[in-house]
Ligand binder design. Structure first.
Ligand code: M6R
Length: 365
């Protein structure tokens, strides 16, 4: 049932404040601002490193997670798409742990990667939506994302719920490893608990602007997304979402990679979507924006109040989100990315929930 929404995708985008709040309720204590994770078989305090593998959007959630595990838990992370991971013959040791992320829990390559790690004696964690799935069954510890059924082929609420779970796990791992003290944990969890409210506010705020921007985007043949830090995987997620449902060619790049190739593509016909909250990387990303502007590129600037005030560069559009802590910015910045892809696809008249050539669950390799 789509309720009063035109598509399941739209419904699932708007469900995010509610499902994230539900998911967080499972992992954090809203009153004491502490994580309450049962990591079960995975001993985060003593593992030497973490291997993460997944496909598509789940891989991009894991790529954001890598930044968190490394920063907050000082836990080295090796991440790869499952179709490569399973065949790389990477050396593994039982001192490592492995995490597999899958909405459906049935993705063939992800399952094969899981089995490879299991054969090498690693303890396995599964971040899944479908808790009765094969990946969940074969794992030592299950971390449900509690997003509820996701019908739209383009993953939206599963992505942000995966992020919420990974953030909680990274904080839990940081506590276990002694890299976060009680005050750090409290502060980070407090930000997580504020997220559902901020998400509702943002969804209401940006909708009209996303709809009007979509008209412009629908005329483009190519779009480039750039970002740094956790905004880099988010740039790739933005590009994936747009290409999946609108069939517009899009690429996501690390902002710093621009001058190593993609800058050659820049002209007035290819907008560059810059994802840049006012964080530690902001100034660097603005200098990349400058390079785009100097070559006549049109910029869609997704930032926050501080970022908008700090940059004087002309843009085609500036989307101003509230200033939030770094730990929740990937979830908050996902919202304009999802809605921009959604409205562009609606405007172009594609089959948003069932885009051509794609299936919700990819059980063949
Ligand atoms: O069920 P999974 O999370 O394992 O699926 C992985 C990918 O197939 C999936 O995320 C795909 O990339 C989505 N269509 C993205 O929107």
């Amino acid at each position: 049932d789509k309720g009063n929404h035109r598509h399941f995708m739209e419904k699932e985008v708007y469900e995010q404040p509610e499902v994230i709040s539900h998911a967080l309720g499972h992992y954090v204590d809203f009153a004491s601002h502490t994580v309450k994770i049962e990591t079960g078989a995975i001993d985060f305090a003593n593992v030497s490193s973490l291997a993460i593998s997944a496909c598509g959007t789940a891989f991009l959630a894991g790529s954001v997670g890598k930044y968190w595990f490394e920063r907050y838990a000082r836990l080295p992370v090796e991440i790869d798409v499952a179709s490569e991971f399973r065949y790389r013959e990477m050396p593994l040791s039982p001192s490592q742990a492995a995490l597999f992320i899958s909405q459906s829990g049935e993705t063939a390559d992800t399952l094969a990667s899981l089995r490879y790690c299991k054969d090498n004696g690693l303890k396995i964690g599964a971040v899944v939506n479908a808790t009765e799935s094969t990946i969940a069954r074969e794992a030592d510890a299950i971390f449900p994302i509690l997003a509820g059924p996701e019908i739209g082929v383009a993953s939206t609420k599963a992505f942000t719920c995966q992020l919420a779970v990974l953030a909680s796990l990274a904080i839990g791992a940081g506590r276990a490893r002694g890299t976060l003290d009680a005050a750090d944990e409290k502060e980070l969890v407090r930000h997580l608990t504020e997220m559902p409210r901020i998400m509702s506010q943002v969804l209401n705020l940006i909708q009209p602007q996303m709809e009007s921007l979509a008209r412009d985007l629908s005329k483009c043949k190519d779009v480039l997304y750039i970002g740094r830090g956790t905004s880099y995987p988010l740039a790739m997620e933005g590009a994936l979402k747009l290409k999946e449902i609108s069939y517009i060619h899009a690429e996501g790049y690390a902002a710093g990679e621009l001058k190593h190739g993609p800058i050659a593509l820049i002209d007035e016909n290819m907008p560059v979507i810059v994802i840049a909250p006012h964080d530690r990387f902001f100034e660097k990303t603005v200098s990349n924006m400058q390079e785009v502007a100097a070559r006549g590129g049109r910029i869609i600037f997704i930032t926050d109040g501080k970022g908008a005030a700090a940059s004087k560069l002309p843009t085609m559009a500036t989307i101003v989100l509230p200033v939030v802590d770094e730990i929740i910015s990937p979830m908050i910045f996902s919202l304009p990315i999802q809605l921009l892809a959604y409205h562009t696809a609606v405007f172009m008249g594609t089959d948003v929930d069932q885009p051509r050539n794609l299936a919700k669950s990819v059980t063949v390799e």
